[in-house]
Each structure stands twice: as C-alpha cells, then as structure tokens.
Design a binder for this molecule. Sequence first.
Ligand code: 13P
Length: 256
Amino acid sequence: MNRKPIFAANWKMNKGPSETEDFAKSLLSKIQNRTFPCDIVIAPPFVSLAKAAEVLGNVPAVALAAQNCSQFDSGAYTGEISGMMLKEFFVHYVILGHSERRAIYGETDAVINAKLRKAREYNFKPIFCIGETLEEREGGKLEQVLRTQVSEGLAGLSERDLQDTVIAYEPVWAIGTGVTATSAQAQEAHAFVRSLVAEKFGTESAAKIRIQYGGSVKPSNAAELMACPDIDGALISGASLEPQSFLDIIQNGVPG
Ligand code: 13P
C-alpha cells in the first residue's frame, strides 16, 4: 500500500504572529518551486493562524493545522475555538487528543471522540494522537492503552471519516525528552495500531490510514524511523521550530 507520508509541525505554545511570519517567510523561501513526495503541515497557536495563512495560505505544498478544536459549534464556552471559526483561516487539519491535552487538561477519550466527530462535520482532517506513558509501558499495559484510545477515540466514525484521519502514535515518554522510541519499538506499536484499525474498520481501511510517529524526532533519526513499513511520517515539536531543521527531517525521512 502506497501511503503518502505526512510531516506535521506541532508548535505547541510557541511562536506568536511575528515569529510565525518570520518562520513562514523563511520556509517559503526554502521550498519555493520545489515539490515534495509528502504532505507538509504546520500547526501554529490559534492566534498565529491568520499570519500563517497570509504567508502560506496559497502555497500548495504546505497545509495549516489547528492544535485543538471545540466539540461544540458556538456558545458559552469561554476560551474555546470552534471549527466554524477555524474555517476562516485555511485550516485543513486539526490535532486532537494530544497527550498534553489528555494529561494537563483532562481530556478523556469521550471528549476527544466528540471533538473528532465535530472536526469531521467541518470536514477537517483530524490528526488523532494516542500513546502510552512510561509507567503504562513498563507495567505491560501498552496494548491495552492503545486499544482503548483507538476504540473509544474513533467510535462512531465512518470509513469515509477514517480515510481523512491521520493517527499520530506518540509515546508520552518520548515527547520533548530527547529519548526517541527505537525504530523497532515504534514499528511494533504502529503495526499494532494498524491491526486495531483493521479490527474496527477492516483491512482495507487499515492499509490506507496514515500513522505518524511523534516523540523527539530530529533530522538525525528521521531516516531510520521513516524506513519502518508502518510509519508514515512524523509529528514534530521541538525540532520543527526552525525551518531548516523541519525541512531536514522531511528530506531525511523521504529522500527525493
Ligand atoms: P517533540 O518533537 O518536541 O518531542 O514533541 C513531540 C510532540 O508532542 C508533537 O506533538
């Protein structure tokens, strides 16, 4: 199965509008007149989306993502941003279920599922994040944790929805720590996640879905990780904050 790799920069709470403008212009100067055999996605903070859209909105090689999206359409939800609002900013993807949203903001599988379904109503492509903590892995609970996250997170989605969904496997212990999962650990988890998708949606959907790896991806380890048969790109934070480093990951991950 030929799956197009997808490399997404999750900036988390970094880069306001002016830094976003600098990054976007620099990236643009480096990628102009180039084509890539992969999808490239940038997820700035909400307040920087307008600036990112201004510089990159018409650049076919790069798509924009939001880092979150409300499960509601509008109303009394102080501090939240709806899918309708995001539509105005050339946003095509939304990151949902990131481990920081789960751990710091208490997002449950049910909330993440509601957000995923809402994101699909607005025709966004969800980047659905899953992954285990070190304690869970060491306690032998890896498969159980991934099974619950996949089963509850993707509940109620159609096969069509699934086609537009990307899964990001991000072991929590590898996020921002400099400790990357070995390619063998990552491949094993990705193959397992694909088997879970097959159980739920059938083997054809499972063969098509893109599963990104996230957690301390950098230019030096991208090639080895991306060579794994079930790894279809990366979700990167720290090493995506500089345009050249982000491009080096892409280039090393999908040469050509
Ligand atoms: P790092 O690339 O900084 O480890 O972060 C990974 C991540 O959480 C991306 O969503």
